[in-house]
Design a protein around this ligand. Structure first.
Ligand code: GDP
Ligand code: MG
Length: 440
């Protein structure tokens, strides 16, 4: 699983690490390679697009270009995007009703029946003594298969008769009678997305209060799993996905496509044929695995530290001050000023110590919002600019401003305001400099 993607990413990072400093062109090249790697891993095109856009915006705007370890900063950006696209911080799979009815849905052969038994075993391990039942009427052997698996798992199986709706009602009543917390219902599947299946599922959902509609997806089917997921999502609704056959030699497209396009969390993954091979899904861990580093976390921390370490040396500071009084200040200088201010302590306190004339202006500079929140926003906007834009703000066209706004999650008006205020501030600093207040 993911071996190929891991290899590709590894090569991209290695190349970046080999370069001491990165140019915009280097970054664009790496982003392009990330895109190719994802496409080769059979990730859905729409997901590939938004993923690469995210990485591009972050990488061009962030400190990657300036970082002491640019390769690692880039790894962090890809890592964070992977985590986000895999579902971010997923809530643990929790059940709150009694009995909780779990409906197993999916295509034939996806691993529904096996996973129903795995899930029952999982809950049994949590001390929940679940009931397993099949409401699959299309294949009589299906119920027998589940009964056998239930025996292996050591959980109770309920035999049912009649149509699916009647069977589902019966099992739920049985769970109440036996005071069981969890009921897992295996349903009929077809070899393709079929309206008749959804009709039956909807009838069951109407008749029985179901807490979790779980869609079982075969990870080996790659991005076509996404079409299945869309079908079930529209046809019956989906609360969570379980990806099976994660142990197989798949390229991982399904795992990266499902959450990113449907916003339905992956809750478990099946990692083998035996019943103990079911594991809760952790985006963070999987991202680490995909990047092929047991220790991505410490790497990420290192990258963050490197960014912090980036302090202006004395001569750089002097040069920046000179630029400032000449009215040649750049957004990079501006950012350094802001960061220095922030490192010094709560901004409101600092403002009190500044000469009266400046205080009001700096307040204004905080995008009209005094204090930390405003400064953070400004920082985010500047970080979303490319190196060139920071040096020469006059090239910030409407399109570029829009990109900056999207990259930093603000309205374009705020970017306009920042640029305007930056120019004002620049002019003011020039005036102050002329009066000799800076002693330069
Ligand atoms: P259903 O038709 O959806 O009920 O699918 P089944 O539960 O009958 O499973 C179909 C096949 O997939 C069986 O041979 C299972 O052993 C196999 N299978 C299910 N889950 C996994 C898994 O996580 N890993 C592997 N390797 N095989 C699995
Ligand atoms: Mg089955």
């Amino acid at each position: 699983m993911f071996d190929q993607l891991t290899e590709r990413f590894g090569a991209i990072f290695k190349k970046l690490r080999g370069q001491g400093k990165l140019s915009e062109a280097n970054v664009m090249e790496a982003v392009k390679e990330v895109r190719t790697a994802l496409l080769e891993a059979d990730v859905h095109l729409s997901v590939v697009r938004s993923f690469t856009e995210e990485v591009r915006l972050k990488a061009l705007g962030s400190d990657v270009l300036y970082s002491i370890r640019p390769g690692e900063s880039f790894v962090k950006i890809v890592h964070d995007a992977l985590v986000k696209f895999l579902g971010g911080a997923v809530d643990p799979f929790k059940l709150s009703r009694r009995p909780s009815v779990i409906l197993m849905m999916g295509l034939q052969g996806s691993g529904k029946t096996t996973t129903a038994a795995k899930l029952a075993k999982y809950f049994s391990g949590e001390g929940k003594s679940p009931l397993l039942a099949s409401i699959d009427r299309s294949r009589p052997a299906a119920a027998e298969q589940l009964e056998k698996l239930a025996k292996t798992a050591g959980v109770d199986f309920v035999r049912t008769e009649g149509p699916a709706v009647q069977a589902a009602k019966f099992v739920r009543a049985e769970a109440e009678r036996r005071d069981r917390a969890v009921v897992i219902l295996d349903t009929a599947g077809r070899t393709e997305v079929d309206p008749a299946v959804f009709e039956e599922l909807r009838a069951v959902l109407d008749a029985v209060p179901v807490e979790k509609r779980i869609l079982i997806l075969d990870a080996m089917t790659g991005q076509s799993a996404l079409d299945v997921a869309k079908g079930f999502s529209e046809g019956a609704g989906v609360d969570g996905v379980i990806l099976t056959k994660f142990d197989s030699d798949t390229r991982g497209g399904a795992a990266l496509s499902v959450y990113a396009s449907l916003r339905v969390p992956i809750v478990f993954v099946g990692e083998g044929e035996t019943l103990d091979r079911l594991a809760p899904f952790h985006p963070q861990r999987l991202a680490g695995r995909i990047l092929g580093m047991g220790d991505v976390v410490s790497l990420v921390e290192k990258a963050e530290k490197a960014a912090e370490e980036k302090t202006l040396r004395a001569d750089e500071a002097k040069a920046a001050a000179k630029r400032m009084v000449r009215g040649e200040m750049t957004f990079d200088d501006f950012l350094d000023q802001l960061r220095t201010l922030r490192r010094m302590g709560p901004i409101s306190e600092i403002l009190q110590h500044l000469p009266g004339g400046l205080t009001g202006k700096i307040r204004l500079d905080a995008a009209g919002e005094a204090g930390e929140a405003g400064l953070k926003k400004i920082e985010a906007m500047i970080l979303s600019m490319t190196a060139q834009e920071r040096r020469r703000p006059e090239i910030l066209s409407q399109a570029r401003r829009l990109r900056v706004a999207r990259g930093s999650g603000v309205q374009i008006d705020e970017v306009h305001r920042l640029v305007k205020r930056f120019e004002d501030f620049k002019k003011m600093m020039k005036k102050v400099g002329k009066k000799g207040m800076m002693g330069l």
